[in-house]
Design a protein around this ligand. Structure first.
Ligand code: NAI
Length: 353
């Protein structure tokens, strides 16, 4: 049975923190990772929350996530730089790189900061929201392991290569929209696996390239809107991989292969200071006006109201604030146990259970 428990932000934070520390992650990195994962679960992005802790812990324990990395920010111009992550915990690496990007965008008007040699980096929403809270417009994108069938192809080439966008808004939380460039993120398949629930038949294909509804049989994901999503994943791979001199396309490392080596992934932040283009207060007011206008569009039949892009995450956050964050019972049992797996994900298939 897939029962769930409801936890407060603090309870979930502490469980995650304790688990990854027991796997070997240093305290400050564990704290940042826990903040990120609780953010994801708290906003209904369960594919990138506590469900990942088991895998991260095994990778930390095996050394494939560097628990004591040396970070280096290489400024390559007024508005450009590369943050070298030394294959540390991806969420921590990206968070440090973002701090540099924010400082740069504030002083020069914009920043394009590449994050080089990092690990799985979580939800893009976390980063673009932080930048938008500093009155910046933010775009974040990153590589992920090759598991997506190209349009017209029968074997994987690109990753689920996500894109996130954030913008500040007057008198309300920033507008935050982020998505995988696949119909669904791989984490959603993992989430369905953990709940033993079927998936819709347009998410993924099995070994023979046929659509499947069994999350355990998935051997390739499908891009959003055929050739259009396929083109967006190419863009992400060029900007966060080839641009940074990192492995690209089918040579991007897999999450589930050798967990004792670093993944060498790439990410890119593009931050823009709206104050360099227009009055910042007017900009925020007009973003707010635009979101309000969307909320007042006449709903189609079957819809109560129109939400602006990304609003769903705030609806979830409000509900969880009241009732607690839902955590699948199996995940809760793992988090409260003393277990750190050392062989659960050590399979050759990139689609390990
Ligand atoms: P999704 O399909 O659940 O949602 C996509 C976006 O649409 C979100 O901003 C959501 O709030 C918004 N949305 C959904 N329904 C809505 C509605 N009815 N009205 C208005 N807005 C609505 O997201 P997806 O594609 O499954 O991605 C989940 C997460 O996975 C993202 O946070 C993404 O950053 C992350 N991801 C991370 C990867 C990595 O390697 N680090 C790889 C792929 C995805």
């Amino acid at each position: 049975m897939n029962k769930e428990v409801r936890l407060s932000n603090e309870e979930l934070h502490n469980l995650i923190c304790n688990k990854v520390k027991s796997a070997g992650l240093q305290e400050s990195h564990a704290e940042e990772l826990a903040k990120h994962l609780v953010y994801a679960d708290r906003h209904g992005i369960h594919s990138h929350g506590a469900v990942r802790v088991d895998y991260y812990s095994e990778r930390i324990a095996k050394g494939g996530i560097n628990a004591h990395p040396t970070f280096d920010f290489e400024k390559t111009g007024e508005s450009t730089g590369i943050f070298h992550g030394d294959n540390g915990m991806g969420h921590v690496v990206a968070n440090e790189a973002l701090k540099e990007a924010i400082t740069m965008a504030k002083s020069s008007g914009m920043a394009a900061v590449g994050v080089s040699r990092t690990s799985h980096t979580g939800t893009m929403a976390y980063y673009v929201k932080k930048a938008a809270e500093q009155d910046l417009v933010a775009i974040s994108m990153c590589q992920s392991d090759p598991m997506v069938v190209p349009f017209g192809g029968a074997e994987p080439y690109y990753g689920t290569n996500p894109i996130g966008f954030g913008a500040p808004r007057k008198g309300a939380e920033p507008v935050v929209f982020d998505m995988a460039t696949t119909v669904q993120a791989w984490g959603k398949v993992l989430d369905a696996r953990s709940k033993n629930e079927p998936i819709p038949d347009n998410w993924a294909v099995d070994e023979s390239g046929e659509p499947t509804t069994d999350p355990h049989m998935v051997r390739g994901l499908l891009p959003i809107s055929g050739p259009k999503g396929y083109g967006l994943m190419m863009m992400v791979d060029i900007l966060s991989g080839i641009l940074l001199g990192l492995p690209f396309g089918k040579d991007v490392s897999s999450m589930y292969n050798d967990l004792s080596v670093g993944r060498d992934l790439g990410q890119l932040f593009i931050l823009i200071d709206p104050a360099r283009f227009t009055d910042i207060e007017l900009f925020k007011e007009q973003v707010d006006q635009s979101m309000n206008e969307l909320n007042h569009i006449k709903p189609a039949s079957g819809f109560d109201r129109v939400m602006y892009p990304g609003e769903l995450a705030l609806v979830k956050a409000e509900e969880y604030e009241e009732n607690g964050i839902p955590v699948v019972a199996d995940i809760h049992a793992y988090l409260t146990s003393a277990t750190v797996h050392f062989d659960k994900y050590a399979l050759s298939s990139p689609f390990a259970d």
